[in-house]
Design a protein around this ligand. Structure first.
Ligand code: TPP
Ligand code: SF4
Length: 277
C-alpha cells in the first residue's frame, strides 16, 4: 500500500470533512494500483479552493487549474491522451457557480473524466460566501441576513445534462466513498460524485448528515427511478439523503468519437516543420 504522501504540510482546519475525502481517494488509488493500473497514468486536475488542495497532498501527477476551469482543463488532458485516468477535485463554488457551463458540457459530451465535487455548500477558502447549493436562510459573509434564493440540486442538473455516472457519498463514510471513486474512475465516460463534505469552520453540518443519510442498493435504474431518488432531498432541510451510485449508463465517450473523426487526418509533423524551416 503506497501512502501517496508529499512534502506539503496540510493546512486544512482540524476536523474538516476534506480529510475523509483524501483518505478515500488514497484507498481507491491503491486498489486501482493493486489491480494493475499504472501510477503515471493517473492525472489529477485541481481547481481553486480548500477542496483543491487535495492535489498538494497526493503523490500523483497533477495540474492546478483556475477557479471553475478545472473540468475544461481535464477534458483537454483526456482528449490529448485517452490512456489517462483524469480526476478533478473541485468545490461546489467552482463546479456550480464559476464553472457550471464546463460541468454541463463535459457531462453532455461524455468526456472520460471523473469529477469529485466536494460539497461544503459554500465558498470555504474565501471564508463562507453562499453558492448555488447553500440552503435558503444560510447566514454568512455575503448573506448576513440569510440566503434568499432556493438551492439547486446538482444531481438533477447532472441527470438533465446526460452525465453517464451519477453518485453521492459522504466524507465520513470513507469505505463507501472509496468504492464509488474506484467505480467512477473505471467507468468509461463522464462520472460525477457529489461528496457531502462539512466545513467545520463555516457550515458544520456533520450532525445533520449523520441523521439524514442512508445507503441505497446498487442496481440498474431508469432515469425516472434515479430522478425520484435524487429528488428525495431538496438541499434545504427536508427529506432523507440517499447515498450511492444513483444512475449509470453506457454511451460512447467524447474522446472515442473525436478520435474516430480525426483518424488518418492527423497533420504530418515533418511536412509542417519543413514548411516552417
Ligand atoms: C474566477 C475566480 N473567482 C473568484 C475567486 C476567489 N476565490 C478563490 S477560492 C474561492 C472559494 C472556493 O470555493 P469552492 O470552489 O466552493 O471551494 P472550497 O474552498 O469550498 O473547497 C473563491 C471565490 C478566484 N480565485 N477566481
Ligand atoms: S475552511 Fe472549511 S473547507 Fe476549508 S479547510 Fe477549513 S473546515 Fe475545511
Amino acid at each position: 500500500m503506497e501512502n501517496l504522501e508529499t512534502y506539503c504540510s496540510n493546512t486544512w482546519c482540524p476536523g474538516c470533512g476534506n480529510f475523509g475525502v483524501l483518505a478515500a481517494v488514497k484507498k481507491a488509488v491503491n486498489s486501482l494500483l493493486s489491480q494493475g493500473a499504472k501510477k503515471e497514468n493517473i492525472v489529477l486536475v485541481s481547481d481553486i479552493g480548500c477542496s483543491s488542495k487535495s492535489t498538494d497532498y497526493l503523490d500523483l501527477n497533477s495540474f492546478d487549474s483556475l477557479h471553475g476551469r478545472s473540468i475544461a482543463t481535464a477534458l483537454g488532458v483526456a482528449l490529448a491522451n485517452p490512456e489517462l485516468k483524469v480526476v478533478v477535485f473541485i468545490g461546489d463554488g467552482g463546479a456550480l457557480n464559476e464553472g457550471v457551463a464546463h460541468l454541463i458540457h463535459t457531462a453532455k459530451r461524455n468526456s472520460n473524466v471523473t469529477v469529485l465535487m466536494h460539497n461544503n455548500r459554500l465558498f470555504a477558502l474565501t471564508t463562507g460566501q453562499f453558492t448555488a447549493v447553500s440552503p435558503k436562510g444560510l447566514k454568512g459573509k455575503s448573506t448576513p441576513e440569510g440566503v434568499t434564493e432556493e438551492p439547486i440540486n446538482p444531481l438533477e442538473l447532472m441527470l438533465s445534462a446526460k452525465a453517464s455516472f451519477i453518485a453521492r457519498s459522504y466524507s465520513s463514510k470513507i469505505d463507501h466513498l472509496a468504492s464509488l471513486i474506484e467505480k467512477a474512475i473505471k467507468h468509461e465516460g463522464f462520472s460525477f460524485i457529489e461528496i457531502l463534505q462539512p466545513c467545520i469552520s463555516f457550515f458544520n453540518n456533520f450532525q445533520f448528515y449523520n441523521e439524514k443519510v442512508y445507503e441505497v442498493e446498487e442496481k440498474e435504474r431508469t432515469k425516472e427511478e434515479a430522478r425520484k431518488l435524487i429528488e428525495e432531498w431538496n438541499y434545504n432541510g427536508e427529506g432523507r439523503i440517499p447515498l450511492g451510485l444513483l444512475y449509470s449508463e453506457k454511451r460512447e465517450t467524447y474522446e472515442s468519437s473525436i478520435n474516430k473523426l480525426i483518424k488518418g487526418k492527423e497533420p504530418d509533423i515533418k511536412k509542417c516543420l519543413q514548411a516552417h524551416f
